[in-house]
Structure formats: C-alpha cells, structure tokens
Design a protein. Structure first.
Length: 409
C-alpha cells in the first residue's frame, strides 16, 4: 500500500489560531510531528490521570527552544493537549515523537536504563489509550529524537521495542517510527535494520534530511532501498529543501510521508540560514502573516496537493474484526492459540497445536481463559476477548503482525 502524507515537523504555530489553521490546511498539510519532552515527566505510575496531567503541561517545544520562550506575546503559551486537539479538529495524523531535551536532566535520562523500560512500556500504552479515547483511529509513535547522540543502536532498540509494544497494544492500527536521526548515520541505521526483534514491531524508518550534503548525495535512494528490502516504509519526518524547492522532487516515490521543519517562524527570528522560511507571523499580531517567499508557499501548496495519498486501512493491516469460533481458520486463530498456550504453560497443561484451525480443544481452552479474565464464557473470540489478549500479549501480537505483513493469512 502506498501513501504520501505531507506533515509539519514540530508545532511552531498557535494551534488555537484560526488564521494559522486556515493557512496550513490551505497548503495541504495532513499530519503534525509533535514533540513530547520526557524530561518534563514527573515520577509516578502511568495511568490515564497521569497522562491527563502531562497533557496540561506546557507544550514541549516551548520548553527547550530558546526562541520560543516569549513567543506570541498576545497569546498564552499552549499546552501539550492543544496540538492533539488541533489534529482532531482538522483530521490530521498525530505523530508523537517521544524524546528527552539535551538541555535538561531528569530521572528518565536521555538513555533510559533497563529498570525504566517497563515504565516506558506502560507510559506509551497509557498515552496511546488517551489518544484512542479521544477518537484517533490512527496515531503514530516515533521513539526518541536523534537517539544516536545518546544511545547505542542495541540500547535504543530495546527502548523502542518496549515503547512500541505498549503503544500498539491499544490499537492495531497505531503505527511506529524508529531511527529519527541524520540520514548520514548509515551505520546506526544498518544496526537497527539488522535487529530482527525491533523490525517485527516497526512500520517506518524516519531519517532526517536537512543539510546540503544530505540532499546532494544518493543517501535518499540508498536508504530507501535498504528500508524497503526489509519490508518497511520511509518517513522523512524532518526535512528542509534549503531554498531549492525542486529538491523535494527527490523524495517522490522514496518515502511515504515527509515533515517540513519549522514552516512557520517567529518574526523576531528573521530569515533562517539552515531551514526554509515560508510564512512569518507578527510577534504582536499572530493573526497577521507575511509570505516571505510567495513562490515557495505556492510551490509547497501545489506539491502537497499533487502528491498527497491518504493512508487507508487495507489488507496490509492485520485485522481481527470478526468472531472466531469452531471451524474458523487462519492467522487470527493462530494468535488465539498462541495466547492460550502462554497461559496454559503456566498451568502445566498440554499446550494446543498452533495450526490456525479452531477446534474443540481451542474452544475449551478459550472458555477457561475467558473465565479467568471475567469475560463472557462462550468459547468464541470477538472484540472483547481480543482486546484483553492483545493487551496481555503484545509480543505475540507483534509477531503475528510481522507474519501478516509478509503474506501469511
């Protein structure tokens, strides 16, 4: 399945300002990469109440971007939740980039030790549950920003696996991005692509493409070939064409989404040298905007509207959307049998044969499982039973998702 989703990298605009929203929607953007700064997270047990408190923190971008500290003197600094409310209102895809700012120290640290991995799993699961409850049919997780600067590839792989499993346990249509580093870091990329356990839970590889040497080399093609050889997609979530708009043509057919960095900037900053300015909003009048280069603005608008291909749930996504019962066959039945065997092994009972055929033994084992988890005891697996199974067995779900992605039905 192909898609092409134009996104903005980081929320450098006022989410509640209708002028900003109208301009961005008119230019054809459909997704927002939202930075969630883990350095601001207090110690505590992840829960919906905990995530609600996080949603009411100051927007993560305001916290560490020096130029943002006094941004929009005529407006109150925004909260984390404002970015998600914006996405919900305008039907944008939220891409949640969890990371840890360089400027801060915290109990989590930029390189979380193994004793924090379970917490990260639970936090990601609760965060995804919050978004699921907001009504997002799809929400993406991107694990860390520039992890190569603070973690080895092996260490990062474990952090990513735990967070992605927590995220995906909530909704089978919630996707994952890993890497989030400069596209020149090919050695780091190779190590991640070689991590079979990580690749089972990964949907996208997300390189950055900012500097001139990245655009003027064959790295986009090289990366695309490596990633697609692993059956994964490319999401260039942090890019800037650096003045030559035609550079964006290099990404057509080579990625499934892209994020244009800082498309809106504060008028006090002036024109940037390492990124492209398209629109500038007056410091004291956020409703007024100036098109720094009307040519660039129009070029982006035409580019986005020409190439936008929306994401749709298709046969590429494993769906357990029916009731499985005696006589059912396929990978959904295998998932049930594998989950049941995990419980059966604890009770030292002979495990089921994982053959994808729903017989009387599978039905009887399922009844015992349903009784243990206070589910309707009918020996049939529907949405209620699957929700519990996916929640309790994310590693099995991820394994079956992988088999589905390579064609098993």
């Amino acid at each position: 399945m192909k898609e092409f989703i134009p996104a903005i990298c980081w929320k450098s605009f006022c989410a509640k300002n209708i002028s900003h929203a109208n301009n961005l929607n008119d230019m054809g953007f459909k997704a927002l990469r939202i930075f969630i700064n883990l350095a601001d997270f207090p110690q505590g047990t992840p829960s919906q109440a905990y995530i609600e408190k996080i949603m009411n923190l100051q927007d993560g971008k305001w916290a560490w971007d020096g130029f943002s500290k006094n941004w929009w003197s005529s407006a109150v600094n925004e909260k984390v939740k404002d970015a998600f409310d914006f996405c919900k209102k305008y039907n944008w895809l939220p891409i949640v980039c969890f990371g840890h700012s360089e400027e801060q120290s915290s109990w989590i640290t930029r390189s979380p030790s193994s004793d924090k991995w379970s917490w990260l799993f639970q936090m990601a699961m609760q965060f995804a549950s919050y978004l699921n409850n907001m009504g997002f049919a799809r929400a993406d997780i991107e694990v860390w920003n520039e992890p190569n600067e603070c973690m080895s590839a092996a260490h990062y792989g474990q952090v990513a696996i735990h967070m992605i499993r927590g995220w995906k346990s909530v909704n089978a249509n919630y996707k994952s991005h890993v890497f989030a580093s400069n596209i020149t870091q090919q050695g780091y990329l190779d190590a991640l692509l070689g991590n079979g356990e990580l690749m089972k839970v990964t949907d996208y590889i997300s390189p950055h493409c900012i500097s001139f040497d990245e655009w003027d080399s064959d790295l986009i093609n090289i990366t695309y070939n490596k990633v697609t050889a692993k059956g994964k997609k490319v999401s260039l979530l942090e890019i800037s064409p650096l003045g030559d708009m035609n550079r964006l043509n290099k990404i057509i057919g080579k990625c499934d989404m892209y994020g244009l960095v800082l498309i809106i900037r504060n008028s006090l900053i002036g024109t940037a040298f390492d990124i492209d300015d398209f629109l500038v909003y007056d410091f004291d009048n956020p409703d007024h905007f100036i098109a720094v280069t009307t040519y660039k603005m129009q070029w982006i608008k035409e580019f986005n509207k020409k190439y936008y291909i929306p994401y749709e749930v298709t046969e590429d996504d494993m769906k357990l959307d029916k009731v499985y019962k005696i006589g059912s066959r396929g990978i959904g039945v295998k998932f049930i049998q594998m989950c049941l065997n995990k419980d059966i092994e604890i009770d030292l009972v002979k495990p089921l044969v994982v053959d994808g055929i729903f017989g009387t033994k599978t039905a009887e084992a399922l009844k015992d499982y349903q009784q243990s988890y206070n589910l309707t005891v009918d020996g049939m697996a529907g949405q209620q039973t699957f929700k519990v199974m996916i929640f309790n067995n994310p590693e099995i779900w991820d394994e079956l998702q992988y088999l589905w992605s390579i064609g098993e039905r």
